[in-house]
Design a protein around this ligand. Structure first.
Ligand SMILES: Cc1cc2nc3c(=O)[nH]c(=O)nc-3n(C[C@H](O)[C@H](O)[C@H](O)COP(=O)(O)OP(=O)(O)OC[C@H]3O[C@@H](n4cnc5c(N)ncnc54)[C@H](O)[C@@H]3O)c2cc1C
Length: 381
């Protein structure tokens, strides 16, 4: 998503007069996070920059056809605006959600606080005796076809002239404070004016090629799709319980996941689904909040990884003081699909104009990594 979004925005910008090469070893994208995501978008973050980036992602989705069409055709996104529902199970948690909602509203997000009686009216399938309330987002939050989203952007980037090569970056030569030559596994070398690190969970290895450290590590996340014997006949927003278990409707089924109890770094090629999580961690929580979920059957599951920024769980974007033409776009920590359009546009601005032009993402720069100064985001899923 990130690499293709950068290529997309450069291709769309008449002020950019260079050429774009996207290096990707796996054209099936089978092990990329992009194809293992749960494909949702929200404005309920606690950091205003995350809110702004995701709201731009939603604008992009709203105008998706025009944004990506090639010869009048575009993939069907099938966006479903259900909102996200963050639940609280005590007064302190409710108050925290409420305080966050003030900033979210100020940033233009659509959110509403609800007490149990209102939740019961809106979502009659809930056992609201378990909660003190919740915060519900509007119709500009929801889920979509992530593959269509990515393919639309990639196809348009190709149409505008980006070249994709099936290869892997194995080294980057640096001289006089600039990244100069990218070395590929095939033996080919490419001289580059700019190099963008869009390597997802491999980003730390690519940063190491230019001698920079990046605190981004793979963290295992398993997704489950399940069937319910007594289906819910009402809207099911993407619901986040206080224990961190989340679920939503996925067409005729439901999709869910959780933060594992042991959340350590895993090997970058470890994409094994942790299937025991469903019975041990997730199902008891699901059934507590939604009694109908006491009779469910897992239809499928898959493993994936977050590119987890251990400093502050936020994107790292832009150059370092050491190398002005090596740009990071890494560490999305679980929200990089929806922020792909904003991150790609931001990188294209740095390349074309030398500065951010739309959303000023400089607070999310590498300098905070170098100085160990986190920018907090607490609404993590
Ligand atoms: C379970 C799960 C659920 C998620 N749900 C959501 C969600 O609901 N909403 C949301 O916004 N985000 C979600 N995300 C996060 C989102 O999927 C990622 O943030 C986003 O896809 C990151 O895109 P990327 O292009 O940066 O990384 P990736 O998609 O991982 O792509 C990186 C690419 O770099 C390539 N690469 C690696 N090393 C090299 C190299 N040396 N040379 C050349 N190429 C290389 C890889 O092959 C890969 O294709 C979820 C993630 C997971 C795992």
């Amino acid at each position: 998503m990130t690499g293709s979004s950068v290529a997309y925005w450069l291709g769309e910008n008449p002020d950019f007069d260079g050429t774009v090469l996207v290096v990707e070893p796996d054209w099936t994208y089978a092990s990329a996070q992009t194809t293992r995501a749960q494909n949702s978008i929200r404005s309920q973050f606690t950091n205003p920059l995350n809110i702004e980036m995701s709201m731009f992602g939603m604008d992009f989705i709203e105008h998706f056809h025009g944004n990506v069409e090639v010869d009048g055709e575009s993939p069907q996104l099938n966006f479903r605006g259900t909102g996200y529902l963050f639940l609280a199970d005590d007064d302190e948690a409710y108050e925290r959600l409420r305080a966050e909602s003030v900033d979210q509203l100020a940033a233009g997000a659509e959110v509403a606080m609800m007490r149990p009686a209102e939740l019961a009216e809106r979502f009659p399938y809930f056992d609201t005796s378990q909660v003190t309330g919740g915060r519900l987002g509007g119709m500009r939050e929801g889920s979509f076809d992530g593959w269509a989203f990515f393919q639309g952007i990639r196809t348009r980037a190709l149409h505008r002239g980006a070249v994709y090569v099936k290869d892997a970056v194995v080294g980057i030569d640096v001289a006089a404070g600039r990244a100069r030559t990218v070395r590929l596994a095939s033996g080919r070398t490419v001289d580059a004016g700019w190099v963008v690190n869009a390597a997802g969970c491999h980003a730390r290895d690519v940063a190491a090629m230019v001698g920079l450290s990046l605190p981004v590590e793979p963290r295992a996340r398993t997704s489950f799709v399940f069937d319910c014997r007594r289906p819910i006949d009402a809207i099911v927003p993407l619901t986040i319980t206080p224990a961190g278990v989340h679920f939503r409707r996925e067409q005729h089924h439901y999709m869910c996941g959780a933060v594992p109890d042991q959340d350590d770094a895993v090997a970058v090629d470890d994409l094994v689904a942790r299937v025991d999580e469903f019975e041990e961690l997730i199902w008891p929580v699901l059934a507590r909040y939604v009694p109908q979920f006491d009779e469910v059957r897992v239809v499928t599951s898959w493993g994936g990884q977050y590119d987890w920024n251990t400093l502050d769980h936020n994107l790292v974007i832009g150059p370092s003081a050491e190398l002005e033409n090596f740009l990071f776009a890494n560490g999305f920590s679980g929200h990089g699909l929806q922020q792909g359009p904003a991150a790609g546009r931001a990188i294209s601005e740095l390349i074309t104009y030398g500065a951010f032009r739309t959303i000023d993402l400089s607070p999310l720069g590498y300098h905070r990594i170098a100085s160990g100064s986190p920018i907090r985001e607490t609404a993590l899923i």
